[in-house]
Design a protein around this ligand. Structure first.
Ligand SMILES: Nc1ncnc2c1ncn2[C@@H]1O[C@H](COP(=O)(O)OP(=O)(O)O)[C@@H](O)[C@H]1O
Ligand SMILES: [Mg+2]
Length: 276
């Protein structure tokens, strides 16, 4: 079943006369993971933020994005907030900015559950504790309050990112939009997040839009793939098919640069030191 249908989505910066995303169309079904790749500045984040009404500044958005029969583009802000709290979660690149520095992690997680799920104080705190446990920040038997009572600056970027993934997991959205969720992380935290996303898909049937520079991770997660360049989709299709038989020069270039990088990495590891 089609969960989200995007048609002709276009984002323009009228002041500068620039088109940041042009005529973007795709659909997303239940359970499906759509990967989006493309060089930095190709319009991946702008596209996803436009869907959720989260673009900053004066940008004109046209086209259509239908979620379960409701049109997201130009939706009233209050209803969009509800959609974001209950149906479509965004996992951002920079978890540090997602948390308010003035409140503890526990207070912020609990507040989200109270708002999004109408939970009472006690229940919301329990749900926050469950988030911390679910992403391995408190071992079984260990008191999650140790983490919950911390302020954002007292946790590492990786730990915050895990809190955010855990929160997305607990809210059980129908769609998770993960915008380079692993870019700033070390490999252990990266793997934890990717595995959490897989688990969430398996357990809830959630659909995922996964944006990443890391083609290895995209290959691992995505069923279908969009390749973006300069605000446009230049290639799309079954992920395995696009990776095996890229049709566009640009896609081949992206895949080749990734191969070169991992080759260098392998050599560096096998020779016991990094060379360039
Ligand atoms: N709020 C904004 N206002 C104006 N221009 C923006 C805004 N956000 C992004 N851009 C521009 O849009 C283009 C695409 O950006 P983005 O979608 O963030 O790229 P990426 O593919 O790396 O996620 C870039 O040229 C960027 O500078
Ligand atoms: Mg981006």
């Amino acid at each position: 079943m089609e969960l989200l249908k995007v048609e002709g989505l276009t984002v323009r910066d009228e002041e500068k006369g620039e088109t940041l995303a042009e005529n973007i169309s795709f659909s997303l079904s239940n359970h499906e993971c759509l990967g989006i790749i493309g060089e930095s500045g190709s319009g991946k984040s702008v596209t996803c933020r436009a869907l959720l009404g989260l673009l900053q500044g004066k940008l004109a958005v046209t086209g259509s994005a239908a979620f379960g029969g409701e049109e997201l583009i130009k939706m009233a802000p209050q209803r969009l907030r509800e959609i974001r709290a209950q149906h479509i979660s965004l996992m951002m690149q920079d978890a540090m900015n997602a948390f308010d520095p003035l409140y503890t992690i526990g207070a912020q997680l609990a507040e989200t559950f109270r708002e999004a799920r109408g939970m009472k104080r006690r229940e919301a705190w329990e749900a926050a504790a469950a988030v911390v446990r679910s992403v391995g920040l408190a071992a079984p038997g260990e008191d999650p309050a140790r983490v919950l009572k911390k302020y954002p600056h007292q946790l590492s970027g990786g730990m915050l990112q895990r809190c955010m993934t855990g929160l997305a997991l607990a809210l059980k959205p129908e769609i998770l939009i993960a915008d380079e969720p692993t870019t700033a992380l070390d490999s252990i935290n990266q793997r934890a997040i990717v595995e959490n996303i897989r688990r969430l898909r398996r357990e809830t049937g959630m659909a995922v839009i996964f944006i990443s520079h890391d083609l290895g991770v995209v290959k691992y997660l995505a069923d279908r793939l969009l390749v973006m360049r300069r605000g446009r989709i230049v290639e799309s299709g079954e992920a395995s098919e696009v990776f095996e038989h890229p049709q566009e020069e640009y896609t081949r270039y992206l895949i080749e640069s990734r191969r070169r990088m991992s080759g260098q990495f392998r050599r560096a590891v096998s020779e016991g030191g990094a060379h360039d």
